[in-house]
Design a protein around this ligand. Structure first.
Ligand code: G3P
Ligand code: MG
Length: 247
């Protein structure tokens, strides 16, 4: 696995979150059906330290279970329905483990942006457990996943524990000292919030040599404008809509 990354034009966000429940295998299959080759998804740990796909600390919104992800074991997760909240046709969709997800990605020949989304206090451990899974199941010959996080501690842990995996500096607002932070963390890409990014920041980050991804871009007009500004990658809930908009 190498440290270089070539960002795609379009990346499915949490799978294809506009058309299928986020962070599920159904969502990843949907992204593939729409022609996306890359997907972004969020990883956090179960109580017994297994990396699973989940965005929120609380399981309430996407599974109906009034508990924290960090409180339930993988066995408990197996009983959750992560699809019904989105639509009855997705009833019974499970919360996938990272390992299952990587298996599907290999089957579909897809690439991954793994966002480390640690529960509080699990910033380093989420990285350790994620790397364990990657080293065990992700072929060395396949393109290395792009690892990103809002958590500086998680990015530091990635840098220390898996220095060869490419890292993305994920921000809502680019801080004034972004350049030294990204450099210290050895990041190769910057992942910026679409509603906050400015044309000047695009020029600056690109001129500094970073790959630039922007999330979450579901509006065709915004997608075209951001590409004109020079961004490399649109992270979108609707890879079908955005692909058509920029074709
Ligand atoms: O990785 C891009 C994007 O997913 C970051 O925000 O909250 O959707 O995980 P969020
Ligand atoms: Mg995310």
């Amino acid at each position: 696995m190498s440290g270089i990354v070539s960002l795609p034009r379009i990346m499915g966000h949490r799978g294809a979150a506009a058309s299928a429940p986020e962070n599920t295998l159904a969502g990843i299959r949907q992204a593939a059906a729409y022609g996306a080759v890359w997907v972004e998804f969020d990883v956090k740990l179960t109580a017994d330290g297994i990396p699973v796909l989940m965005h929120d600390d609380s399981l309430k919104r996407t599974t109906g279970k009034d508990a924290l992800a960090s409180e339930l074991s993988l066995a408990d997760f197996r009983a959750l329905d992560a699809g019904s909240w989105f639509g009855p046709e997705f009833a019974g969709e499970t919360v996938p483990s990272l390992e299952e997800t990587l298996g599907l990605l290999r089957e579909l020949d897809m690439a991954a942006n793994i966002e480390i989304k640690p529960s509080p206090g699990e910033e380093a451990d989420t990285v350790t457990k994620t790397i364990e899974v990657l080293e065990r199941v992700w072929p060395a010959t396949s393109p290395a996943p792009l690892m990103s996080s809002f958590s500086r501690r998680s990015l530091e842990a990635l840098q220390k524990q898996a220095p060869k995996l490419p890292r993305g500096y994920l921000v809502e607002e680019l801080p004034d000292d972004w350049s030294s932070i990204a450099k210290d963390l050895g990041c190769v890409t910057i992942h910026h919030y679409a509603k906050a990014v400015t044309a000047r920041q695009v020029t600056e980050t690109k001129a500094a040599g970073y790959g630039l991804a922007v999330y979450t871009v579901n509006d065709p007009e915004q997608a075209r404008e951001l590409l004109e500004w020079g961004i490399d990658c649109l992270i979108t809930d609707a890879p079908d809509v955005i692909a058509q908009a920029i074709s």
